[in-house]
Design a protein around this ligand. Structure first.
Ligand code: C2E
Ligand code: MG
Ligand code: MG
Ligand code: MG
Length: 284
């Protein structure tokens, strides 16, 4: 990497940028330049929501739309979250980023409500840093009032590790959200290592089985056992369950046979931009 950077520096005729040769410094430099780019992109509102349908396969109805952020830069390139979320989280810019995406997503959603084309919730992924902001509840409350959006139209996806960063604090926040009617689900379920007893104590309503367990179904026996176990555990605890990353008919059949009816994945639809989502909803 240092060599490549050196090349770039030379290409640009800047031979005496000594720090390029130092790997660590180069990393810090790239980190800093990404941070600057994210800041600028926030100012010019380049972070936009995409939406992925969640379907109840028993009746074909839409259970929800998951909001997935994309960065659409000035050239029109679409940049995936893995390229910027980690740095946005490290630098704290994620707070502003999530709020920008939330505001835009709810704007679209309430529009679709007015048109009468949508059933099901809007499901948001928020960074744990977001939820831990002192003014988080006030922010959500004001946003909902301003947009005339009901809490019961929303769902919040949190991971086990997010919840475990500070169980006490998160539990309190989740209870506040529940009072607004917001549903809480556990994203990437099965990949954490927390004790299951917390599920009973928290206002969690739904488990999302992680994509890594779905990918090799139905052939991989371990994944088959894990998936069945999660489904029956959800059932016994009175929780809803949804599978993410469903790509094939065989995966769907396995999930339906084992009692998981809420499905999300490329088999139904990839994440869509707002225009495509409206077209999708109108065809449902
Ligand atoms: P996630 O919440 O677990 O989202 C599921 C990811 O799986 C999404 O990737 C989605 O596009 C992808 N996916 C859905 N169906 C399929 C499928 O059938 N096959 C395959 N191979 N992939 C599928 P994406 O959009 O790149 O998002 C990655 C992660 O970034 C998300 O994981 C979430 O943790 C985070 N993220 C996304 N949007 C936001 C946001 O607005 N705020 C925050 N804080 N995090 C976000
Ligand atoms: Mg999610
Ligand atoms: Mg997930
Ligand atoms: Mg995730």
């Amino acid at each position: 990497a240092a060599d490549a950077a050196m090349y770039r520096a030379k290409d640009q005729g800047r031979n005496n940028f000594q720090f390029y040769t130092n790997d660590l410094t180069e990393q810090a430099f790239e980190h800093l330049s990404m941070q600057t780019k994210i800041r600028q992109a926030l100012d010019s509102e380049e972070f936009i929501p995409y939406f992925q349908p969640q379907i109840n396969a028993q009746n074909g109805k839409l259970v929800g739309l998951e909001v997935l952020v994309r960065w659409k830069n000035k050239d029109g390139d679409i940049i995936p979250p893995s390229d910027f979320i980690p740095i946005a989280e490290k630098t704290g810019l994620i707070v502003q980023l999530d709020r920008q995406v939330m505001r835009k997503a709810i704007e679209h959603y309430t529009q679709w409500k007015k048109l009468g084309v949508i059933e099901g919730r809007l499901s948001l992924n928020l960074a744990v840093k977001q939820v831990q902001q002192k003014d988080f509840f006030t922010f959500i409350y004001n946003l909902l009032s301003k947009m005339q959006c009901e809490g019961s139209w929303l769902e919040l996806e949190l991971t086990e590790s997010d919840i475990m960063t500070n169980l006490e604090e998160m539990s309190q926040k989740m209870n506040q959200l529940r009072e607004l009617g917001i549903k809480i689900s556990i994203d990437d379920f099965g990949t954490g290592y927390s004790s299951l007893s917390y599920l009973k104590k928290l206002p969690v309503r739904k488990l999302k089985i992680d994509r890594s367990f779905i990918r090799d179904l139905p052939d991989d026996e371990d994944d088959a056992v894990i998936t069945k176990t999660i489904i029956s555990m959800a059932e016994n605890l009175g929780l809803e369950v949804i599978a993410e990353g469903v790509e094939t008919v065989e995966q769907r059949e396995f999930l339906l046979q084992n009692g998981c009816y809420q499905l999300q994945g490329f088999l139904y639809s990839k994440p869509l931009n707002a225009t495509e989502t409206l077209a999708y909803l109108q065809k449902l």
